[in-house]
Design a binder for this molecule. Sequence first.
Ligand SMILES: [Cu+2]
Length: 355
Amino acid sequence: MLALFYIFIAVAVGLGIWQLNRLSSYKQVILNNDKGEPVNAIAKSEENPVATEKDNDIHGKFFLIFLIGFYLLMTYCLFFMNDIMLPESASIEGENDDNLFLITFILIGVVQFATQFLLFYFSFKYRGINNRKALFYADSHKLELIWTTIPTIVLTALIGYGLYTWNDVMDLSDSENPLVIEVYAQQFNWQARYAGADNTLGRGNVRNIKGINTIGIDMTDANSADDIPVRELHLPKGRKIVFKFRSQDVLHSAYMPHFRAQMNCVPGMVTEFGFTPKFTTQEMRVQEETVRKVNGINKLRKAKGEDPYEFEYLLLCNKICGASHYNMQMKIVVEEEADFYSWLKQQKTITELVN
Ligand SMILES: [Cu+2]
């Protein structure tokens, strides 16, 4: 399929160059036309090529063929390339993102379907035919009003829903007893820190980085004592998580695609958002949609002689931050709250680690 795509691009570029070349030879027609000579009256010759009715007819039909090809390609992408999309959102807040995406997609789809038809069908229908005269139609206030009002209403509603979705993950003031976790980015790995029994993170600063304290926890802050630094992210299912992001060096972006979440990690400041995991890793693995996608991936891996892949939630870096950016990832495990706490209990606090 990819090869076909490259061939298509090559043909399109070739056709474009050929057409541009031809355009320059039509310059003469325009010059003659400016002198008041009607285009039809100019004889076609090598120096003075004029589009004949046959030329116009062929080009008009090309428009129609292009339109049909375009619709076929659209349908193919929509139905058969769907498998490379992400499975259902693994966070409650992510459902809104998916809805927003779906609504936008449908709207764009309908509008693009209609406008492409108008563009190409009318180019075909009104292709140049000798002695046919175009109707001069200045404007219609009614039409202008319709195509201004409808997009205004639709876009306002979309932006409203978008703002609601945005606030849902960004405004954490009303979340009840959320779990606070720090995500720490550096070239080229992720670390995390749990806030411990007090659920309050101690201060952090790059100047405090020393020995085992690799994320610069301020040990003079009383809130730091019970903080738990980790290298693998575990999240309890059904509990709101407040993430606080820091970066040690350059701009990174914490991307958790399965939860529809992404936030920049900016050196010198703390950014934050929150979401509630909906499915444990285990629940996600047995979902029909996930199984189908994983099977698809493993078929490709097998063909390359690679080990099979098992579904895992991932935290990825989504800002090109340097040479090993592509490999900057951390595993996320979502589990039932009891399992989560028994895992957390096994982790050492920064005080235990330092002493
Ligand atoms: Cu990065």
